[in-house]
Structure formats: C-alpha cells, structure tokens
Design a protein around this ligand. Structure first.
Ligand SMILES: [Zn+2]
Ligand SMILES: [Zn+2]
Length: 166
C-alpha cells in the first residue's frame, strides 16, 4: 500500500496524464479528533513543462468528539489537493526523485487540514449543563435557578423584585 507513482514519462509532456488511485495507512490526532485507518486517494497526474501537476481527492474515516456535549461520532473527511512537482523540492520538500513522486505526504497534509478544529455533533449543539452535566440537547435542565451567577436570576429580580419591610 503506497502512493508512489512513476512520472518520468510525463515530465515535459503536458498532453500526457495518468489516473492514480491508492490507499495508505494514516494515523493522526488533532485535538480530540483522530484518524486511524486507510486513506483513499484518487486523482490525475498530468505532465507539465518541468514536472507534473497532481490533482487529487483524499478521504478517510475520522473519529470526532463534539466540543460542546462530548458525544463521539465517526465521519468521512474529504479534501482536495492540487500540487506541482518538479525535480527541485518545493517549500514542503516534495519533489520528483529518481523519476517518481510519492503522494503520501501531500495526501496526509490535505487530510489533516480537513480535520475540524472544533467539531460540533450538530449545528447549534446546546452542550452540557455546566452545573450538573446533563446533555442539554436531550433535557433542558431548567433547575439550578438559585445559582447566583445565572443571568436568569438577575432577570428574575428585575421583573419580580423581592418584597421588603412587610
Ligand atoms: Zn454536541
Ligand atoms: Zn443542570
């Protein structure tokens, strides 16, 4: 399993291109998100005057955890890449070496950029009650009315001032 591709017959031939598919194992962890399994790449490599242009799509299953309610779930992440290779290494050090390119590094780079930094299990997830830990998506948890920090306590006092001197 690799993404090493022979391209020396494409260099200098913009009319030539080749379809590429392959998988590599990926293991990465970014915050609470992790990928541990195969990454699938499909793409096309086309010759250019001094190298090859690789346009590809990568996808892999990621294990995510909602930043608000801590619910775990699995999702397929997908990302597109478009990178030129020549015999001179680019800013990331990728190059055509001995007539081949290795798309594994660029594929992992694109996938890691697709990992959400603050995953949400659903739009507008209400998260967990900071006081009792109840999942507020399932239970509104309207207790804790006497907490002094609650903004609702302040509102309640405004509309219902405590009586005094009676
Ligand atoms: Zn959530
Ligand atoms: Zn609560």
């Amino acid at each position: 399993m690799d993404l090493v591709l022979k391209v020396d017959d494409l260099v200098g031939h913009p009319e030539r291109s080749r379809v590429v598919t392959g998988t590599i194992p990926v293991r990465l962890r970014i915050a609470d998100a992790s990928v541990d399994g195969p990454l699938l790449l499909t793409g096309v490599v086309t010759g250019t005057v001094d190298g090859v242009q690789a346009r590809f799509t990568v996808n892999a299953q990621a294990d995510l955890v909602c930043v608000r309610c801590l619910t775990p779930w699995t999702e397929t992440l997908e990302a597109d890449g478009d990178r030129h290779f020549s015999r001179i290494p680019d800013e990331d050090g990728y190059a055509i070496v001995s007539g081949v390119v290795d798309l594994a590094g660029p594929a992992r780079d694109e996938l890691s950029l697709a990992v959400p930094l603050a995953p949400l299990c659903r739009p507008g997830c209400r998260g967990l009650c900071p006081i009792c830990g109840t999942d507020l998506n399932e239970d509104p948890c309207d207790g804790h009315g006497d907490e002094p920090e609650s903004p609702f306590t302040v509102l309640k006092d405004l509309f219902d001032p405590p009586r005094s001197g009676s």
